[in-house]
Ligand binder design. Sequence first.
Ligand code: SF4
Length: 511
Amino acid sequence: MQNKIIHKKAAFNVKEMFDLRSAYLNKFIDVKIKKILNRLTSSLKISKIYDETKSKLWGDVKFHIDNRIHLNNKATFKEIYTFGSMFSLTKQHTEHLRKIILDGCTNNHRERTYYDLSILPLNIVLGKNVIDYFIPPSDYFDFKSTNQEDPYGIISGKSRSYGFKSKPTAIKYAGSNLLLGANKFTHTLLFNVDFHCPIGCSDCYKARIGTREYFTGSNKQYSIQELGEVIIPKKSTVIEQAKQTVAWLNEDKRGNNVYDIIISGGEPLMFSNELIEQLLSVFKKAKYLKILRICTGTIFLGLPFRIDTQLMEILRSFSDETGVRITIQAHIGNSNMISPESIIAIQKIKKAGFNIYAQIPIKNNINFFLEDPKKTIAELSLLLQKLVIADVEPYMFIVDMHPSTNEYYVPIEPLLQVWGDLIESHDYPGIERPRTLSVLFEQGNVVLSGNTLFAMEKKVNKTEQSVTYKIPRVGSTGYWKNSIKEYFEYTEPLILGLNDDPHSLFMKKVF
Ligand code: SF4
C-alpha cells in the first residue's frame, strides 16, 4: 500500500500518513489515555516524532477529507483499477466497482444514482478489518425484493405517537413544505439536518434516501399522501428547520408531547461549530425539551478529530443553560475501529460531561461471521469489552434491516441465537451488555430477545426471495392477563441454509 492515495488534492502516501499520525499521537496521548490503551491491549508503537506541523495536519478534519480515497462518477477507469489492485480486490469485484461508480443504477424514482466511494485516511491506516467496511460487496445495487427506499419510514411511514397513530411520521408545520423530522414515537423527534456525509460506510443506512455526495445540492422533493409536497432539509435550511421545529414543539398538540430530539443526518457534525451554536440557540426556546441526542459516525469511523474543545464548550454551555441532557450516539462497526484517536475524542467528550452510547449495526464479515459462531462471539464480546474500557456505553445492536447488499446481512434467527449466548447467558458482566437488540423499521421499532425465537411465526417466499416473520409484542390490556398487544411483520432477504427452512421455528418449539 505504498501508492499515492487516490484523490485530486491528495499529496501524501500511506507511509507519510503513518508519520503524521505518530506526531499527532505523541502530542495527545497523556498518562490517562496511555492507561486506557494499555487495557485495550493496543499493540500500537509510536515513534518519538515531535513535529507540530505534522501533528496539526493529522488533527485537522479538512486534511482527512481532502486526503481520503474518493472515487465518484468523475473517476477514471485507471483510478478504479489502481484502487482494486491496492486493496487486492478480485478482477470481478473491481469490475463491479467500476460499474456502480461510473454507470450507476436507476432507483425507484427513476433517477440514476452512482456509488460514491470514500475511505478516510485513518480508516486506511487501521487496516483491512476497518477498510472492508468501506468497500461495497459485489451485489451492491442488485435488485432485491426486500430493498426499500425509506426503510425506517421517516418520510413515508405512519406514526405510533399517542393520539396521532397512523398519521404521517413526517412533520411539516405552518404551511411550509420543509420536512422538520420524523415523529414515529410519542416523545421523540428524529431531526435529520442534512443528508450529506463524507464518511462512506459502504452499506450506509441512509443512502437510499439520499446520504452521500450523490444527492448533495439537489432539492429533493417527495409527495406524501395527507401531507402533500415535502422538501428534504439540508445545511442551508437548518436554521429555518430548527425555528419551525421549535414552533411545532411549543404550539402543536402533537409537538407538545416531544421532549427527546435526535439530531441526525447524514453527518450532523459536518456542520461548523458556529452553525451548531446557532442551531442550539434556536433550541433554547423549546419549552419542553429534556434530551438532545447527537448521532454521529465521526468518533469511530474516521473523523474523531472533529471532536474539538470549542464544540464541547458549545454543547456544555447549552446543557448548563437549559438543563437539557445531551448524549452522543456513536455508530461503530467492529472492535478494530476503537483507535487511539477515538480514545482521545472520547476523553474530550467525557471531560465535558457527556455520555457516549454505541450503536452497532450487525453485519456479516464485519462483526458477525455466519461461517463461524465462535469467531462471532469472540469479536462481539471483544467489541463490547473494549467499549466499556474506552468509557462508552454498549447501547444497541441493530438488525441490518435494509441491506444494500445481502453479503452483509445477518438473518435474525442466527442473530437471536448469538444474543442468547452472548447477552442472556450472563457469561459477560452486565455492564458489557447492550440494552437492546432492535429492528428499526417502518412499522415501528421491535425489541427482540432470545425468547422471540419461540414466539414468532415465519413464512418463506421463494419467488420473492424473502422471509417474513410475524413477531408478537406483549402488553397490558388494563388488567393482569397475559396478552399480545400487537404483531409486527418484518421481512428479510432469503439466505440459503440460514433462514430458508419454513419449519425452523416450529422445530425450536418442540422441547
Ligand atoms: S456515518 Fe452514517 S450517514 Fe455517514 S456513511 Fe456511515 S452510515 Fe451513512
